[in-house]
Design a binder for this molecule. Sequence first.
Ligand SMILES: Cc1cc2nc3c(=O)[nH]c(=O)nc-3n(C[C@H](O)[C@H](O)[C@H](O)COP(=O)(O)OP(=O)(O)OC[C@H]3O[C@@H](n4cnc5c(N)ncnc54)[C@H](O)[C@@H]3O)c2cc1C
Length: 449
Amino acid sequence: MLAETKLLSLSKSKFLFNNIILLRNISISTANNAKDNYKLVVVGGGGAGLNISSRFVRKLGKTNVAIIEPSEWHLYQPGWTLAAGGVKNPDSFRRPQSKLIPSGVDWIKAKASVFEPESNSITLDNGEKVKYDYLVMATGIRIDFDGVKGLKEAMANDEQVVSMYSHETVKNVFPAIQRYKGGNAIFTFPKVPIKCPGAPQKVMYLAEDYFRKNGVRDKGDVYYCTTIPAIFGVKKYAEALMEVVKKREIKLNTLTHLIEIDYKNKQAVFEKLDKPGTTFRLDYSLLHVCPPMKPFDEIKNSPLVDETGYVDLDKYTLQHKKYPNVFGIGDCTNLPTSKTAAAIAAESSILATNLGNLIKGKNPSEAKYDGYTSCPLITGYGKTILAEFDYDGKPLETFPINQGKERRTMFHLKSDFMPILYWTAFVRGYWGGPGIYRKILNIFSFGKN
Ligand SMILES: Cc1cc2nc3c(=O)[nH]c(=O)nc-3n(C[C@H](O)[C@H](O)[C@H](O)COP(=O)(O)OP(=O)(O)OC[C@H]3O[C@@H](n4cnc5c(N)ncnc54)[C@H](O)[C@@H]3O)c2cc1C
């Protein structure tokens, strides 16, 4: 009887919950009846866009903020490494945008095609125009599967050529790792910039660990082929990772650029960047490719970008260099830091202060971004080095312990805690990075580095 009552109240609350979600959806689904002018328009509904629109709808009130975002789904991309390693189901990292766009924000379900910042106007791909007083650019970066000759054909025809870099393809990675029975397992890193520069090696460490645990590690070689001159861009963590690479007998090829995949002969073709024009081929029995990444064409062709195609910002204030009522955040910007969700969290509090000030007629340069970014470098099942650093590559570690060591606690932080933090606080604009906790916790750290 008690169980039945509990079940009944559970299904009642589920019913109520579903209907609240439904009501909430109706209030935000204003796709084709957008207002002519918004106080603030945010372009892009990734982590950066959701965080910022959540913060500003609380400041500016309902119907004053709009998000322009064409996609039905929001993707928690930091989870793809865990999905590739078979730790989590990729579907758990995807949620409908309708459930994430903050209440009170108008969702303009379209793509922003033409930007006219001189007249504060954006033309959508359906031909409609949206005007704004203030604009935040948060359009992310495009993963270019056409950027390596033969990659798409290889992925379609050879189940051992895989890439975790989309919701559709990440699910193929772990089965390919499981099928590996020997030969060369190759993991590639393209030319920069890419989002989360640690990710291409995280999947490699998980695969290598899996091979070891399943008795096939001695049946072949594991290669990491990267275009940069070192395993990682920050000295402290590069040294720690080199220890891992040596201990695990991983073959590191630096300044090595994947240019073509010849799946019919099961070979990857590389160019040596220190010897232009020199190429070589490597046989593979597993090939994981991190494709090159680019700004989206609509952004690259807009007046908002620098010569590289990224939104041109003051690196400290996040305000546009030419258009003072425009700010930017996240992967689409030219901020010279690693493109990560962790960086976005820290950027979001700076942007909220400075844009908030500008709207109130106060100083838009009050808060200064130090380039904080973070990369939880998974080095195996249950092992992670938590890299955190600033614009100068100086470690900015949150915990009062040496984060350059492989730790199980950091693995659980990455795999269990961070997804919860993302869905409950980050996309709702309640997480602005660990700066305050770092200050408190590091009172207790003495000479840890
Ligand atoms: C495999 C992998 C592992 C990662 N691991 C980590 C990690 O461990 N830790 C970490 O902090 N970060 C990690 N990252 C990086 C992190 O996921 C990204 O930095 C972050 O998601 C970028 O958010 P964003 O909002 O800038 O861009 P996105 O999430 O890409 O969102 C951009 C949005 O803009 C929309 N858009 C694009 N063009 C237009 C347009 N013209 N008009 C309207 N909308 C548009 C897109 O549809 C998209 O929804 C990882 C990334 C990957 C791929």
